[in-house]
Design a protein around this ligand. Structure first.
Ligand code: 5GP
Length: 206
């Protein structure tokens, strides 16, 4: 499938700091929009329907699958998550760049559909640091933390399939790395041709 805007996919095990990085990136970059996913998990804390996620029940989610509404979906930690066509189509058609914050299974589905999508994996600097971050979040008991650690080992093994790997040791360094990936993608010929069409036309380039 051909798409006019750049599509960035960011994956990571929970606790690696992916959400904070993407949030900071979006605040700095007005040309970037985030896709809001559907999920069957219950809202946590201050999460709002339509902001963090579209919260739906499983029959509604399954009906969307049957209706072909998702460009990717996956079961993650016992809940269903998916990116709807509508969540990204309008943005991409308007020439905006879109970031998807999804798990590795979804990322690999996106690559099959959009071969030009840029897949970015965020790694923790070490297993000890990941465990410390999960504990510091204070959301889960020790048993859940150990389950997340076991999941993380499987998720991290998928990093080899991604185009870019960012090690989130120091937040500012990781954010700089993420901005660099986004920026360099925008400097590619096809992207420049799209965004700087007048300059290209004046130079006789197409
Ligand atoms: P959480 O429940 O902690 O918000 O997210 C759990 C995991 O599901 C995270 O790895 C998150 O990136 C992933 N996720 C969120 N939305 C989607 C989606 O639309 N598709 C897929 N495949 N994974 C998603």
């Amino acid at each position: 499938m051909e798409i006019p805007g750049n599509l960035f996919v960011v994956s990571a095990p929970s606790g690696a700091g992916k959400s904070s990085l993407v949030k900071a990136l979006l605040e700095l970059d007005a040309r970037l929009g985030v896709s809001v996913s559907h999920t069957t998990r219950a809202p946590r804390g201050q999460e709002q329907h339509g902001r963090e996620y579209w919260f739906v029940d499983e029959p509604a989610f399954r009906a969307m699958i049957a209706g072909g509404e998702f460009i990717e979906w996956a079961e993650v930690h016992g809940n269903l998550y998916g990116t709807s066509r509508g969540a990204i189509d309008d943005r991409l058609r308007a020439g905006q760049d879109v970031v998807l914050e999804i798990d590795w299974q979804g990322a690999l589905q996106i690559r099959r559909l959009f071969p030009h999508a840029v897949l970015i994996f965020v790694l923790p600097p070490s297993w000890d640091e990941l465990r410390d971050r999960l504990r510091r979040r204070g959301e889960d008991g020790e048993e859940v933390i150990e389950r997340r650690m076991a999941n993380a080992r499987e998720e991290v093994a998928q990093a080899r399939h991604f185009d870019f790997v960012i090690i989130n040791g120091l937040f500012e360094t990781a954010l700089f790395d993420l901005k660099t990936v986004v920026h360099s993608q925008r400097l590619k010929y096809a992207s420049q041709l799209r965004n700087r069409s007048q300059v290209f036309a004046a130079l006789g380039l197409s």
